[in-house]
Design a protein. Structure first.
Length: 81
């Protein structure tokens, strides 16, 4: 994601991954979401946080945090980075 790209969005749908692919096994369980961006596009992203309060739900606003090895990481808006 380029630094001038969309940095906020709204969760369209989400899921918790319990059985992760090899490179993410150590991270499981983790949340993924499809996010409607401000520019009208959709992205599949990881949602940061391990506590139930960190979980993003359908309709929640999320903010871009970083990209790691091609994976985009977002967090629920209103949470500290």
């Amino acid at each position: 994601m380029e630094s001038n790209g969309p940095r906020e969005g709204v969760v369209y749908t989400e899921a918790i991954v319990h059985s992760a692919p090899g490179q993410f096994v150590a991270d499981a369980p983790y949340q993924i979401a499809i996010v409607d961006l401000e520019d009208g596009n959709r992205l599949t992203v990881r949602i940061l946080g391990r506590n139930p309060d960190d979980r993003a739900h359908i309709g929640d606003r999320v903010l871009f945090v970083e990209e790691r090895q091609g994976t985009l990481y977002y967090r629920k808006a209103g949470k500290l980075a």
